[in-house]
Design a protein. Structure first.
Length: 113
């Protein structure tokens, strides 16, 4: 332990904390874009990787036999990100979710399931 006039650092404890945080995040695959609690940390810049991330998280959002309202979709997306509109658009842009004819309900597209 190092100390100065008004503070002390427990180097062993600090080293343990840093190693724990570093070992929890995957280095490859879509999970590398998620925080340790499963929220989206950042979006991949590559279209294909964004699609992989979306396919990895869509089971947490909707099941194949569900049709949900936009409000419900927003609530479920909130568990993944604070800014739900871009994520909803990505699901639509990648053909994973589709809106019903009235534009108020969402479901998985057949290829998205």
């Amino acid at each position: 332990m190092r100390s100065s006039e008004n503070w002390a650092v427990d180097e062993a404890h600090l080293r343990d904390l840093l190693q724990q945080g570093a070992s929890r995040r995957p280095m490859s695959g879509p999970e590398r874009f998620l925080t340790t609690d499963g929220r989206i940390d950042r979006y991949p810049s590559q279209h294909g990787e964004r699609g992989e991330l979306l396919q990895a998280i869509v089971p947490r959002v909707i099941s194949p036999d569900e049709t949900i309202s936009e409000a419900e979709l927003g609530a479920r997306l909130w568990a993944l990100t604070d800014d739900t509109a871009p994520l909803r658009r990505l699901f639509d842009d990648h053909g994973i979710l589709s809106r019903g004819p009235a534009g108020t309900a969402y479901r998985l597209t057949p290829q998205g399931s």
